[in-house]
Design a binder for this molecule. Structure first.
Ligand code: PDD
Length: 274
C-alpha cells in the first residue's frame, strides 16, 4: 500500500509518524473545523467552494486562520500524494491549550491534513431513518460530529451505511451527506434554512440539474415524502451521487435506477468523474 502523507503545522511527514499534542483543542473540545476536498485524475472538484467554506466556518467560530496558507497546504498534499483519485482531509483547530479551559488563552491555530485514496462511484446503499439530535449550527463544518457518529454507528448495527435524519418529521440531511428526493417528476432537496451543511456536492448537483433543464425545489421535505418518493439519493464529496436502495425502518416506493437519477448521475459523472 502507498504510504499516506500528512501535514501537521506546516510539516509534511508520513501520516503514521505525525505526533500531536493531547492539549490540542481539537482533542479536548472538538474546537475545530474541517474540509474534505475530493480530487479525480489529479484535479480538485469544487476546490474554490471548499476553500471558501473553510474560511466561512473559521470566521463563524472566530478562529483566526490564514486561508492562503491552508490553501497551499491542501494543494501540497494533493501534489505529494501518489493517488490519482482521492480526497484531502484538512482540519484547523483553535490552537493548543497550556491548561485545559473552555476559554482559550490565545495562540495560533493548529493545522492538520492528509491525503487519502478513494473511489467515488458507489452502488446503491441501505440507510436508516433517525431523529436529528444535533446542535443548532450544523451549517458550520465543525469536527464536533457526535450526533452524526452516534446515529451512523447505530445504523451500522442494522446493516446500513448512512442515515436520513429528521427533526419533527422534517428531513434535514444524511449523517455525512445531503439528500435529494424524486417525487414523480419533481426533484426536492431540504433548503439550507433547515440547519444543514451547505454541501458543495449538493450545489454542484443543483447546477447539473439546471443544465439538464430539470427543476429542483429547495424546500421543506417530510418523512411522508420518503414513503412516496420514487428515488432518493445522497450527495457528498466522498459519495458523489449515491442512490438509496432501501430504508431499513420505513416502507418506501423507491425504484433503483430511476430515469431522473440516472440522467443526473450520468451528467455529474461526465463532468467531474471521467
Ligand atoms: N461530509 N452533510 C454533512 C453532515 C456532511 O458531513 C457532509 C460531508 C455533507 C456533504 O457536503 P459536501 O458535498 O461538501 O462533501 C453534508 C464529509 C464528506 C465528511 O465528513 O467526510
Amino acid at each position: 500500500m502507498t504510504k499516506r502523507i500528512g501535514i501537521y503545522n506546516g510539516s509534511l511527514d508520513q501520516l503514521d509518524k505525525i505526533v500531536v499534542s493531547p492539549m490540542s483543542r481539537a482533542f479536548l473540545f472538538s474546537d475545530s473545523i474541517y474540509e474534505v476536498i475530493p480530487f479525480h485524475k489529479s484535479e480538485f472538484i469544487g476546490f474554490q467552494a471548499h476553500i471558501e467554506r473553510l474560511d466561512r466556518s473559521a470566521a463563524m467560530l472566530d478562529i483566526n486562520i490564514d486561508i492562503n496558507l491552508c490553501t497551499q497546504e491542501i494543494i501540497l498534499l494533493k501534489e505529494r500524494s501518489q493517488f490519482p483519485s482521492g480526497y484531502i482531509y484538512y482540519q484547523v483547530s483553535r490552537g493548543i491549550d497550556q491548561k485545559r479551559s473552555h476559554i482559550f488563552s490565545g495562540g495560533i491555530p493548529e493545522t492538520f491534513g492528509f491525503a487519502e485514496p478513494h473511489k467515488f462511484q458507489q452502488s446503491a446503499i441501505k440507510v436508516k431513518l433517525v431523529p436529528d439530535i444535533r446542535w443548532g449550527r450544523c451549517d458550520i463544518k465543525s469536527t464536533s460530529l457526535l450526533g452524526n457518529t452516534m446515529q451512523m454507528n447505530s445504523a451500522d448495527k442494522d446493516g446500513c451505511s448512512e442515515v436520513i435524519m429528521h427533526r419533527d418529521n422534517i428531513l434535514t440531511e444524511g449523517g455525512a451527506s445531503n439528500i435529494f428526493l424524486v417525487l414523480d417528476d419533481v426533484i426536492k432537496t431540504p433548503s439550507l434554512d433547515q440547519n444543514i451543511l451547505p454541501g458543495i456536492t449538493r450545489d454542484l448537483v443543483i447546477h447539473t440539474i439546471a443544465e439538464l433543464d430539470l427543476k429542483v425545489m429547495e424546500t421543506e421535505c417530510f418523512v411522508e415524502d420518503l414513503k412516496i418518493a420514487n428515488s432518493i439519493w445522497f450527495t457528498s464529496s466522498t459519495k458523489g451521487i449515491t442512490e438509496v436502495e432501501s430504508i431499513s425502518n420505513l416502507e418506501t416506493s423507491i425504484k433503483k435506477g430511476h430515469p431522473i437519477f440516472s440522467e443526473v448521475s450520468k451528467r455529474y459523472i461526465e463532468k467531474f468523474l471521467t
